[in-house]
Design a protein around this ligand. Structure first.
Ligand SMILES: [Zn+2]
Length: 237
């Protein structure tokens, strides 16, 4: 059994990492998987199981609990001289509740958008299309908070593409990332198939967008550069 987890961040405190509660780990194998172990052609890869477990934040004051379910996969490895054989069984998560953060969310992000982003962290493991769709919904919620109308005066829905265009009239430099998020979200809604790589890239560009648009990181940096230049760095606070 693989005992090492990636350094998943705690979804609650954001400071601790999640550690496996070993006593909570249960793995089961269905009857056909067990019966196949007697097959003379048996390969370790056939030994697929299902698991459930709890993860606990390693910061004692937080101690947040995450539940995880998924499948196990066994892989065979041989030593360089082929004299020894090792079988490693790995956990492949399909859902985490709540999901470990896959990007930073600035606190100033509208709470409805934050909720949709967090839902995508849970969905990421088992249903990437749904995770992409949740990100698309979070963009709708951000546009809501920006006062971009979702309906016409006559009550008809305004498409997300048209809402992003309206947003772009005010903030053209921030429009392209939202369009990219919309495209990936559409893929999730219609094809249901978004690659892991494309989705991880989406989190990366969204994090950067939120840092700059919502967190005003660029403006803060420009302000610091100006302060340093104007004072030639001669200040203490
Ligand atoms: Zn924590």
């Amino acid at each position: 059994m693989q005992e090492h987890l990636p350094p998943w961040q705690c979804p609650k405190c954001g400071r601790g990492n999640l550690a496996l509660d070993k006593e909570s780990l249960r793995i089961g194998y269905s009857a056909d998987v067990i019966a196949a172990r007697d097959d003379p052609d048996w390969e370790p890869e056939w030994d697929r199981g299902r698991f459930s477990c709890l993860l606990v934040c390693d910061q004692p004051k937080c101690g947040d609990i995450v539940s995880m379910i998924g499948e196990t996969v066994a892989n065979e490895f041989r030593s360089d001289d082929d004299s020894e054989q090792f079988i490693f069984e790995s956990l492949v998560p399909k859902s985490m509740i709540p999901g470990a953060p896959l990007m930073n969310i600035p606190p100033a992000t509208p709470s409805a958008a934050q909720n949709a982003i967090k839902q995508s962290f849970s969905a990421f493991w088992g249903d990437r299309g749904s995770a992409a769709n949740r990100l698309r919904i979070s963009v709708e919620r951000i546009l809501d908070s920006e006062g971009i109308p979702a309906k016409t005066d006559k009550g008809a829905f305004i498409t997300l593409a048209a809402r992003i265009d309206l947003f772009g009239e005010k903030s053209p430099e921030y429009k392209d990332t939202l369009t990219a998020l919309r495209e990936v979200g559409n893929l999730g809604s219609h094809d249901g198939d978004v690659t892991r790589e494309a989705l991880l890239d989406t989190y990366e560009v969204y994090e950067d967008w939120l840092k700059n648009y919502v967190g005003k990181h660029g403006e803060k940096m420009k302000g610091l550069v100006k302060k340093l230049t104007d004072t030639k760095g001669k200040y203490t606070v």
